[in-house]
Design a protein around this ligand. Structure first.
Ligand code: FAD
Length: 389
C-alpha cells in the first residue's frame, strides 16, 4: 500500500447528497478538496436515487429545518443558472404539495405543517376533505381527514443535483475519485489518515458524509453514536394510471398522506414526471434493519401489490397496481428522526454527518454550505446547533 502525495486540506468521504454539496462549497472557498466515493455518483446504491424527492418550506419535522430548505432552494437556483446549458433538465420542479391526514389532532403532521407554515410565512391553504375531492377528484380524502396545500413546494431531482454539484466542485479545483471505498480512518501525529484499497491519504480535516455506510465507519473508529443509527430498506413504485391526464404535473400535486402515527401508514407520491409513464408512490418502513452492502435491490411484484392494496387503492382513484419501474433505497434513521453533525473531541479534524432520517435531501445543499463554512472558519452562517451532537 502506498501513501499518496496529494496535499488536501479536506478529504470528503462520500459524494452523495451532502458530500457533493460540501465538496463544491469547500472547493469554491479555495480549500484543496479530495472527494472519495465507493461508487461513481450519482448512483443508485445509496439514499439519493429515484428521480424525485419532496421538497417543502413548511417543514412539519420542525422549525430548525426551515432556513436549511430555503437556503437549499436558493443554492439550487444558483446551480441551475450556472450550468444552464449543461443540464438535461431542471433541478427542481414546482408541483405544489398537498398534505392530508386525520382531522382533530394538533400533534398530527398536517397540523404541525400548518403551524410551521404560519410561523414562517409560507404561503399555504387549509382545505377540507370535500374541497380536496372537488379540486383533485383523484384523491379520495375521507370526511375524517383534513388537508393543507403548499402551492410553492414541489420536488427536487436528486441525481441531477448531485451531478451538478460534483461538476461545479471539479470546476472549482476539487479532485474527485469514484470506486474508491474508504476502509477506515486513523489518527496520526500529523492529522488524519484515510485508508483506501489504493493507498493511505492524509489531511488535517476529514468530512464523513457516507450516508448508510456512516454507521460502519463510525463503529470502526469506536465512535459510540454509530449504535444509534438504523439503516432501513425502502421501496419506490411507479404505478401505471388508467388515464394519465389526472396525474399530469399540471393536474396533480405532489402529496404526503398520513394516517395514524405509524410510519407504515404514511404514503406519498408525485405526479408523472421525468418521462416515466407511471406515478411514483412510496411508504416508509421502520421494522426491519438492513446492512447497506446486503441491500436487497430488487423490489418484488408482491411488494407493489401490498402497497397498492393497503394504501393506494383506498385513497387514489385511477391508479393500477402495475409498476413500470421499481427501486429500493436506504434510509439512515437517527433517534427522533433528526440530523446529527459531530466533531468528536477525541478525533481532532474529523466531522461526521448523518442527515437523512428519510427527509434529508431537501436540506442537503445548505447543509453542505454550512459544513464547508464550519470546517474552514469554525462557524457557519446557518445555525447548525440544533443538529450538533
Ligand atoms: C425512498 C426514499 C425517499 C426519500 N424521500 C425524501 C423526500 O421526499 N424528501 C427529502 O428531502 N428526502 C427524502 N429522502 C431522504 C434523502 O434522500 C436522504 O436524506 C439523502 O439522500 C441522504 O444523503 P446522504 O448524502 O446522507 O447519502 P447518499 O446520498 O447516499 O451519499 C452517501 C455516499 O457515500 C458513499 N460512501 C459510502 N461509504 C463510503 C466509503 N466507505 N467510502 C467512500 N464513499 C462511501 C456512497 O457511495 C454514497 O455516494 C428519501 C430517501 C429515500 C431512501
Amino acid at each position: 500500500m502506498h501513501t499518496s502525495g496529494m496535499q488536501a486540506d479536506v478529504i470528503v468521504v462520500g459524494l452523495g447528497a451532502v458530500g457533493s454539496a460540501a465538496a463544491w462549497q469547500l472547493a469554491r472557498r479555495g480549500a484543496r478538496v479530495l472527494g472519495l466515493d465507493r461508487f461513481s455518483p450519482p448512483h443508485d446504491r445509496g439514499s439519493s436515487h429515484g428521480l424525485t424527492r419532496v421538497t417543502r418550506e413548511a417543514v412539519g419535522e420542525g422549525d430548525a429545518y426551515v432556513p436549511l430548505v430555503r437556503r437549499s432552494h436558493a443554492i439550487w437556483r444558483e446551480v441551475q443558472a450556472a450550468l444552464a446549458g449543461a443540464l438535461d433538465g431542471p433541478l427542481m420542479t414546482r408541483t405544489g404539495v398537498l398534505y392530508i391526514g386525520p382531522d382533530g389532532s394538533e400533534d398530527a403532521f398536517v397540523a404541525r405543517t400548518a403551524a410551521v407554515a404560519r410561523r414562517h410565512g409560507v404561503p399555504h391553504e387549509a382545505l377540507s376533505a370535500a374541497k380536496v375531492r372537488r379540486r383533485w377528484p383523484q384523491f379520495r380524502a375521507g370526511d375524517d381527514e383534513t388537508a393543507v396545500f403548499e402551492p410553492g413546494a414541489g420536488v427536487v431531482h436528486p441525481e441531477r443535483c448531485i451531478g451538478a454539484q460534483l461538476e461545479l466542485a471539479r470546476r472549482a479545483g476539487a479532485t474527485l475519485r469514484g470506486d474508491a471505498p474508504v476502509q477506515r480512518i486513523e489518527r496520526t501525529a500529523a492529522g488524519l489518515a484515510v485508508h483506501t484499497a489504493a493507498g493511505v491519504l492524509h489531511a488535517p480535516q476529514v468530512l464523513l458524509t457516507a450516508g448508510a455506510w456512516l454507521p460502519g465507519l463510525l463503529a470502526e473508529a469506536g465512535i459510540g453514536w454509530a449504535r444509534e443509527l438504523r439503516v432501513l430498506r425502502q421501496t419506490l413504485h411507479w404505478l401505471v394510471p388508467d388515464d394519465p391526464a389526472p396525474f399530469a404535473p399540471d393536474a396533480c400535486p405532489t402529496f404526503v398522506w398520513t394516517r395514524g402515527h405509524r410510519y407504515e401508514d404514511t404514503f406519498y407520491g408525485m405526479p408523472m414526471l421525468d418521462g416515466v409513464p407511471g406515478v411514483k408512490v412510496g411508504t416508509e418502513q421502520l421494522e426491519r434493519d438492513t446492512a447497506p452492502d446486503a441491500l436487497q435491490r430488487e423490489v418484488a411484484e408482491a411488494e407493489t401489490a401490498e402497497l397498492h392494496q393497503r394504501l393506494v387503492q383506498p385513497r387514489l382513484r385511477g391508479l393500477s397496481g402495475r409498476a413500470v419501474r421499481r427501486a429500493a433505497c436506504l434510509y439512515t434513521m437517527a433517534p427522533d428522526g433528526r440530523f446529527r453533525v459531530d466533531s468528536p473531541a477525541a478525533w481532532p479534524g474529523l466531522t461526521a454527518v448523518s442527515a437523512c432520517s428519510g427527509h434529508g435531501f431537501k436540506h442537503s445543499a445548505a447543509l453542505g454550505e454550512a459544513l464547508a463554512e464550519r470546517l474552514l472558519t469554525g462557524r457557519s452562517t446557518l445555525d447548525l446547533a440544533p443538529f450538533v451532537a
